[in-house]
Structures are given as structure tokens and as C-alpha cells.
Design a protein around this ligand. Structure first.
Ligand code: XMP
Length: 510
């Protein structure tokens, strides 16, 4: 990739947002940790320094060597990045008298500067810092201020080096995208050709070249990532792609049949394997959440492995891994990583399988995967699907799992999800599902006393599942759903709604 932006990460909570904003401009960008930068910088046409929770004045703050970058490539420092550029070039960074968080407005803008072109006096920006640049380094040209921050934007004379105290990547910075575009296109001369169609074309060509006439196996999950990965491979190598879709008996109601149908409709060479009985047998009597997860993971690999062996001459294993799964993150706390991602559906295949790995989506963010799927004419019912965990209903049935409990939860879940769709709420919710609780409670139906199961409904808003908030679903909807569940699902006499956010709760109950 020759038209590429390097984002050096200093541990800011907004670093991924910078990459996404750049990509929204149809310019490819990559995030690398400041302490492990790429050795070869030749493919990067511009560099952006992220913010950071550290103070530049602290000894353990990131202090990377920029001698191969500053003055040699267009360079933009954001927040900590700007302070870093000042501090180590003769400027003065000190604690601010007033901490500036949230909205501010730019003034003293120089409209004649390419960097600020299109921005107007008063333009809203987002600030989040406790240090401030008291004095700019020598050779710096002051470009903008806010009410509380004198040096809100500057450039270094004779270089394509810029610094801004605010965060252009945050939506509250009204002209943030414009500013990034000015820097990347007007100043750095990058072209805006990173589009879904261009990605599809180059990826298919690369996959053809890489795989040749060897065979690939891929585990489909029904989710967006594995489905889009399969479509790209299908376009590249056709029937040499062998997809396997395993029914672990813990899928949603009728999901195995309907998703399998959809895949076949898309022309995929897919084999559905119904291993429900094998999973249920292995899970029998087990109620510890982690052990249940491990059993489901192990049996999945066994089933997948059995099927993969039936494909003669398979040389590759395809995975739907996406970019956020691979970003090496910088930890603000000094620990190994700020983002802990422990969930994988197909991971850790036995060594003896000796398959080469191919990951067609490893460069994409989730929203880009959806855009690519759309341009591949994939159905909205696959692209707009809520995330669903690999262990499925197994981690939504608290305690031990039986076929009867699975069937009760499938009915409850179907009423809830169909209801969300009917009420036009499905696309407003990031993920939703029902949990079967290991408690019975007393109820009354007609004149009869009942002593039956309780279910919890959960619907959350989120962007990546790392944090989440419960959704304020309309009371009328909850009322109708609760009635439907209790009237239609035998064995359930009580419905509750989960109003916990993550953290401290998690999205799944197990
Ligand atoms: P938690 O419960 O950790 O879930 O807040 C965060 C997101 O991850 C999903 N999840 C999984 N996905 N395999 C998966 O593919 C898993 O083992 C797994 N466990 C949780 C969960 O549904 C939510 O979207």
C-alpha cells in the first residue's frame, strides 16, 4: 500500500477514531504503537501522533525518536502529539491553570492557511487535556486559539509539521474531518481512493494470487465477518472454498436452516453439519460458565476438524478476523494491553492441521466490513445482524444446559427479537437477547399456582462490545413482549429487563 497514513499510538482512547476518520476520507491508515513503530517508513505519506493519558513532562511518558519523520514527512500532532512536538523542540508545556474538557470554540483562525481552509471563526472543537502549550517552539507559527487555550493550533515554519491541542477525530469537533482532509489531501497530497470497490478488487486479485488452485476451508458463524470473508473468497476462488457451518444446538430458533439457505442462495459452497447432539452430550450436567465455554470451544474444534479432513487437499484456513482484533494497543496503565479480546470462534486449531491462515478482512473496521458486504450485494439480513456469541445460547442459559432449556430459550428469544423487528427497534439496538435464569418463581395463571422459570431480556447500545449501555426500550414494547412470552412459552411465568451497563456488568450473563 503506497498511499498510506501512519498513526503512532500513544495510548489515547481516541486512537482508533483517528484511523476511522481518515478512512472515512477514503484514505488508508494504520495504527502502530509508538514503542514498536514500523522499521520501513517508505510507504507512509503522512504521520499522525495520537493523544495520550500521559503528560510529556513525565519520565515514563512516550518519548519516541521522530528524527526519521519530523521535517521529512507531513506530520500532525494531536493533543499529546502537539505537546510532544512543542516540548522537545524548545517550547514550554506546563499544567494548565484551568483544565479544559469538552467543547470549545476556535478563534484567530488564519483562513489563508491550507491547513485551516474552510474553517470559520467560532468553529466548535473538542478538548480533553490538563497540560497546555505555554510557549510554542522556535520557528512555530501560531494559527488558532480558544478562549482558554492560546496555542490551540500551530505549524512549524519550513516543515509540513502541524500541531493541534483539540481532537479532530471526535464528532463534537464540527470541522474535524475537514481539518484532517486539509492536512492529508491539501498538504500531504494523499489520494482518496481507499473505497469498498477498490478494496474488493485488490483483495480478490491478491487472494487469487496467494491461493492459486489450492483449497480453503472456512467456518461460517452466520455473522457479518465470516460471511463477508466467505463472499470475497468465493469471488476469488469459487468452488475451491469449502465453508462449514456447524449447528452446535445452541443457535437461535430455526437459525441453522435459515442461515444455511441464505448461504446457499449466495452461491457459497457450504456444508451444514448438525452436531447438536454431540454438543449437548458433552455439556451434560456442567454448570460452571468457564467450563461450559471450554467444552463448546473444544467440541467445535473437534467437529470442524472432522469436517476439514473430509476436504481433500485443503491447504488454507480462512478466518474473519478484523482490524480491531489485531491492533497492538498501547496501555495507559502500563499493563500489557488496554484492550482485552478473549472471544474467538475459530481459534487455536490443533497444530497437526498445518493449515496456512488467510484473513481477507484483517485491514477493515467493522463498519468497513459492512460497506464491503453491501458493495458485494449481500443481503441486509446478514449485514445488519446483531452480534451473536460463538457459544450461543450456551452462555445465556445459566447453570446446566438441557435440550428442554434450549428450546424454551429459543422460543423466548424469538418472540423478543421478532418483536424488536416488528416495532422498528432492531436496528436501533446493537445487540439483544434473552437469558434463562436458574431460578423458579411462584406465579398464578387462571386459578392455578405456577412455579416456573424466569427469563431476563437484555438490549444494549455499543460500538464495539467493549463498553455498553442498556437501551431504554419503550414500556409498551416491554409490556407486550412480556405478555407474549408468558402466554406463549410454556414453563416461563416471569420476565425481567436487565438495566445494567458494561462495565461493571458484561453483555452476556456468563
Ligand atoms: P461480554 O459478555 O464479554 O460480551 O460483555 C462482549 C461481546 O462479545 C460477545 N461474546 C462472544 N463472542 N465468542 C464470540 O464470538 C465468545 O465466546 C463470546 N463471548 C461473548 C458478546 O455477545 C458481546 O457481543
Amino acid at each position: 500500500m503506497q498511499n498510506n497514513v501512519l498513526i503512532l499510538d500513544f495510548g489515547s482512547q481516541y486512537t482508533q477514531l483517528i484511523a476511522r476518520r481518515v478512512r472515512e476520507l477514503n484514505i488508508y491508515s494504520e495504527i502502530k504503537p509508538y514503542n514498536n513503530p514500523p522499521k520501513d517508513l517508505s510507504s507512509y505519506k503522512a504521520v499522525i501522533l495520537s493523544g495520550s493519558p500521559f503528560s510529556v513532562r513525565s519520565d515514563d511518558a512516550p518519548h519516541p525518536d521522530l528524527s526519521e519523520i519530523k521535517g521529512k514527512k507531513p506530520l500532525l500532532g494531536i493533543c499529546y502529539g502537539a505537546q510532544y512536538l512543542s516540548h522537545f523542540n524548545g517550547g514550554n508545556v506546563a499544567p494548565s491553570a484551568t483544565r479544559e474538557y469538552g467543547r470549545a470554540n476556535l478563534s484567530y483562525i488564519k483562513p489563508s492557511e491550507d491547513f485551516l481552509s474552510g474553517l470559520e471563526e467560532g468553529s466548535q472543537v473538542w478538548m480533553s487535556h490538563s497540560d497546555t502549550i505555554k510557549q510554542l517552539p522556535e520557528g512555530a507559527v501560531h494559527l488558532a486559539s480558544t478562549q482558554d487555550v492560546e496555542n490551540a493550533a500551530f505549524r512549524i515554519e519550513g516543515e509540513e509539521t502541524y500541531g493541534i491541542q483539540f481532537h479532530p477525530e471526535v464528532y463534537h469537533t464540527t470541522d474535524g474531518t475537514k481539518l484532517l482532509e486539509n492536512f492529508l489531501v491539501k498538504i500531504a497530497g494523499l489520494s482518496q481512493d481507499w473505497t469498498p470497490d477498490a478494496f474488493i478488487e485488490t483483495t480478490i486479485a491478491e487472494l487469487k494470487e496467494k491461493i492459486g488452485d489450492e483449497k480453503v476451508i472456512l467456518g461460517l458463524s452466520g455473522g457479518v465477518d465470516s460471511s463477508v470473508a466467505a463472499m470475497l473468497l468465493h469471488k476469488a476462488i469459487g468452488s475451491h472454498l469449502h465453508c462449514i457451518f456447524v449447528n452446535n444446538g445452541l443457535l437461535r430458533k430455526n437459525e441453522f436452516e435459515s442461515v444455511l439457505d441464505q448461504y446457499k442462495h449466495m452461491g457459497l459452497n457450504v456444508k451444514g453439519v448438525d452436531a447438536s447432539a454431540r454438543f449437548l452430550e458433552a455439556l451434560k450436567g456442567e454448570s460452571d460458565p468457564e467450563t461450559k465455554r471450554k467444552i463448546i470451544g473444544r467440541v467445535f474444534i473437534e467437529v470442524f476438524d472432522d469436517e476439514a479432513h473430509k476436504v481433500e487437499n485443503a491447504k488454507w484456513l480462512a478466518q474473519g478476523t478484523i482490524y480491531p482484533d489485531r491492533i497492538e494497543s498501547v496501555s495507559a496503565s502500563g499493563g500489557p494491553s488496554a484492550v482485552i479480546k478473549s472471544h474467538h470462534n475459530v481459534g487455536g486449531l490443533p497444530d497437526y492441521m498445518k493449515l496456512k491462515i488467510v484473513e481477507p478482512l484483517h485491514l477493515l473496521f467493522k463498519d468497513e466490513v459492512r460497506r464491503v458486504g453491501k458493495n458485494l450485494d449481500m443481503d441486509e439480513s446478514i449485514l445488519g445482524r446483531h452480534p451473536f456469541p460463538g457459544p450461543g445460547l450456551g452462555i445465556r442459559i445459566l447453570g446446566d444446559i438441557t435440550a428442554e432449556k434450549v428450546s424454551i430459550l429459543q422460543e423466548v428469544d424469538a418472540i423478543f427479537i421478532d418483536g424488536l423487528k416488528k416495532w422498528g427497534l432492531y436496528d436501533k439496538v446493537w445487540q439483544a437477547g434473552a437469558m434463562l435464569l436458574p431460578v423458579n418463581s411462584v406465579g398464578v395463571m387462571g386459578d392455578e399456582r405456577t412455579y416456573e422459570k424466569c427469563v431476563a431480556l437484555r438490549a444494549v447500545e455499543s460500538t464495539d462490545g467493549m463498553t455498553a449501555d442498556w437501551v431504554n426500550l419503550p414500556y409498551e414494547f416491554l409490556q407486550k413482549t412480556s405478555n407474549d412470552i408468558i402466554n406463549k412459552v410454556k414453563g416461563v411465568n416471569r420476565v425481567v429487563y436487565d438495566i445494567s451497563s458494561k462495565p461493571p456488568a458484561t453483555i452476556e450473563w456468563e
